[in-house]
Ligand binder design. Structure first.
Ligand code: SAJ
Length: 415
């Protein structure tokens, strides 16, 4: 089946690159977003998010006429929903309201033969829920949950698995899990992705595809929690955890990830809760891993308090308000400028609140101050501070390090 027009709903970190890559293959793409400013920016051939090379691809797609953005959905042959799935309330319950709004917004323009794909990371059952919302809005059309293989509209889940910072490359080269509600849904969705995907399009059903995405990020979260727990144990036992892990990883079947200040970003710290919310009684290890990783910033803050006391005991002439603290790195991981859900930023902000003296930050990937933290260059921060907290292993930090015993190195770069 030929896809003449594709519509992408949600023009954020995943939707916009996906829309641009389809358009770069000379398919007409209608991008839909509720944010008028984002729509206007894209229609000028510009972008509103940070991702290497995306500006060029969007600019080319818009100028050549293959990509346009709008607030209101228009008819298309395939609709990809790539909207956020945040939490609602404090209980880590997934909030499907954006997916619900997107489904209800496209329902009026659906026609027989169309394909609807949910790309947003979702709890198991969300794709079936999308089909229910669509069916309720369009009783004149048939859907897979009732008509099976003969349905007018095909519905599938195809989770994205791209790494922020490498989105354009990984969109094309990664294998893709394609989970249709029926075999025909899967076939049609595979045909769509084959327009640009060079990796394999692997067929499964919608529920397995949903769970596959959650499993990938939970696997990483559990492994990082193991490393973080080891780091706390090793601190107590006076063992260098990085040396320990590198020794253990010499075993051919052991591959432990790295400890850090905690897990940040909008994927790994979020997705495991989608499994916990569906199966709270069973997902015990997955929940415990989340709690270990979420507890790590607090442990680092306690370390700062202990180190400050040691420093003051050793230097009776210094008062706490005279002690200068430098925090190195604020982003949620190395070599990016993204501070969303960053454990490093959380720690630096908390230290700033409780520390009576000056607290500086060094975030070389961001211009200017961040969340009220004075952003210094590395050299000045090292020279000025009495107490140092390394939070992110940015490339810029690899050469120089403070010559001080008052150092908390959460990434094993300087110790
Ligand atoms: N981290 C550690 N130790 C490690 C590795 C990572 O503490 O050994 C921390 C990082 O510092 C960061 C967090 O984990 O705070 C997450 O970083 P990441 O690079 O592991 O992952 P993300 O969140 O940037 O992207 C992940 C990727 N998933 C996997 O690698 C399984 C990506 O492929 C997904 O597309 C993305 O989540 C997503 O959208 O779900």
């Amino acid at each position: 089946m030929a896809f003449k027009t594709i519509s992408v709903i949600g023009l954020g970190y995943i939707g916009l690159p996906t829309a641009a890559v389809f358009a770069s293959r000379k398919v007409n793409v209608i991008g839909v977003d509720v944010n008028q400013k984002a729509v206007d920016t894209i229609n000028k051939g510009e972008i509103h998010i940070v991702e290497p090379d995306l500006d060029m691809v969007v600019h080319a797609a818009v100028t050549e006429g293959y990509l346009k953005a709008t607030i209101t959905p228009e008819p298309a042959d395939a609709f990809l929903i790539a909207v956020p799935t945040p939490f609602k309330g404090d209980n880590h319950e997934p909030d499907l309201s954006y997916i619900e709004s997107a489904s209800k917004a496209i329902a009026p323009v659906l026609k027989k033969g169309d394909l609807v794909i949910l790309e947003s990371t979702s709890p198991v059952g969300a794709t079936e829920q999308v089909a229910e919302w669509l069916a309720a809005a369009r009783p004149d059309l048939t859907f897979p949950q009732t008509a099976g293989e003969e349905s007018d509209i095909r519905v599938a889940h195809c989770p994205e698995r791209v790494l922020p910072g490498k989105v354009l490359e990984e969109l094309v080269s990664n294998d893709r899990v394609i989970g249709g509600m029926t075999s025909k849904c899967t076939e049609q969705a595979s045909a769509l992705y084959k327009i640009f995907v060079k990796g394999e399009c692997v067929a499964t059903n919608a529920r397995t595809a949903e769970m596959a995405k959650l499993t990938e990020n939970s696997f990483r979260d559990v492994n990082i929690a193991f490393a973080n727990e080891l780091s706390i144990i090793c601190d107590k036992l006076d063992i260098n955890v990085w040396e320990l892990i590198s020794l253990a990883n010499r075993h051919p079947r052991v591959n432990i990830l790295q400890p850090g200040p905690g897990v940040g970003g909008h994927c790994i710290a979020v997705d495991p809760w989608f499994i916990v919310s569906k199966t709270p009684g069973e997902a015990r290890l997955i929940r415990a891993a989340r709690e270990v990783n979420d507890g790590k910033p607090e442990w680092v803050i306690e370390k700062y308090k202990e180190l400050l006391s040691t420093l003051l005991l050793a230097n009776p002439s210094l008062a706490a308000k005279d002690v200068i603290v430098s925090c190195y790195g604020l982003a949620f991981k190395a070599d990016i400028d993204d501070v969303r859900e960053s454990a490093a930023l959380k720690i630096a902000k908390a230290v700033k609140v409780i520390h009576p003296g000056e607290v500086y930050a060094v975030e070389p990937n961001i211009q200017g101050d961040v969340s009220g933290l004075r952003n210094l260059d590395l050299q000045s921060a090292i020279e000025k501070a009495h107490l140092h907290i390394l939070l992110v292993e940015h490339a810029q930090f690899k050469g120089e390090c403070p010559d001080s015993k008052y150092l908390i190195d959460t990434k094993g770069l300087w110790c």
